[in-house]
Design a protein around this ligand. Sequence first.
Ligand SMILES: Nc1ncnc2c1ncn2[C@@H]1O[C@H](COP(=O)(O)OP(=O)(O)OP(=O)(O)O)[C@@H](O)[C@H]1O
Ligand SMILES: [Mg+2]
Length: 273
Amino acid sequence: MLTFDRLTKRFKGNTAVDAVSLTFPKPAMIGIIGASGAGKSTLLRMVNRLSDATEGHVLFEGQDVTALRGGARRAWQGQCAMIFQQFNLVPRMDVVSNVLHGTLNRRSTLATMFNLYPREDIHRAIDILDRLGIAAQAPKRAEALSGGQQQRVAIARALMQDPKIILADEPIASLDPMNAQIVMDALRRIHDEDGRMVIANLHTLDTARRYCDRVIGMREGRVVFDGTPAQLTTGVARDIYGADAGFSEAATSTSIEALDDAGAMLRPAQAAI
Ligand SMILES: Nc1ncnc2c1ncn2[C@@H]1O[C@H](COP(=O)(O)OP(=O)(O)OP(=O)(O)O)[C@@H](O)[C@H]1O
Ligand SMILES: [Mg+2]
């Protein structure tokens, strides 16, 4: 389905992603972990074509994504939606309009200028917000929402594109543990129920272990681990993050597990999505 073939990115002398070859035969929930500067963001950006590969290819269903130009490239970007750590919403615009921005790829400039959205798109946006448990926030300005709610708006905007792949670059890095759990649960559900592929850069081991089917470990631009959460032992993690960096499990934990231990307070929030 999705293949990276010796995918490489160099910035002047620095090789950020170094001949990464991976195959994802079917939609799965994939976590990419690694220390700061390992090349995780650069890798995702090449998949989405926000950044061009220096060498190598991304292949999706037989098509060389790295070679796409113009409209074909934009169509691909509609197929693989991106979610960012800082949500990238328009703060002063209402939530529904932010979600409707997900349809920009297929709308005319004139319709965009005058903020004209087909009625069925508006209904679909509300349905998606409802699915994510935040339909009540629809008329509010994005900036009035909590971080966890804003990230769910960003997910709704991504879903509006009806993408085959969702790329998430540190989607929970700015969130407290409870909101982190809500957002990760939402991504997992989108994978389970819709069969969409989710590839998430994650800065914490426990999140990767808990939510992903497969975890890729990167170090200095290369893949140094590719396996199941069960295979991601503390020893393996130390190798991924670098043993000399004073690695500890606690330093790469979001405390989602600890929150779970704290009791049932999370359950109602979980039930909302
Ligand atoms: N636009 C750029 N110009 C020059 N160098 C860059 C650029 N983007 C990334 N790099 C370099 O590429 C390497 C990989 O960066 P990248 O952002 O992909 O790492 P990362 O794994 O996402 O790190 P983090 O966990 O901090 O987000 C780093 O050495 C970084 O300095
Ligand atoms: Mg990054």
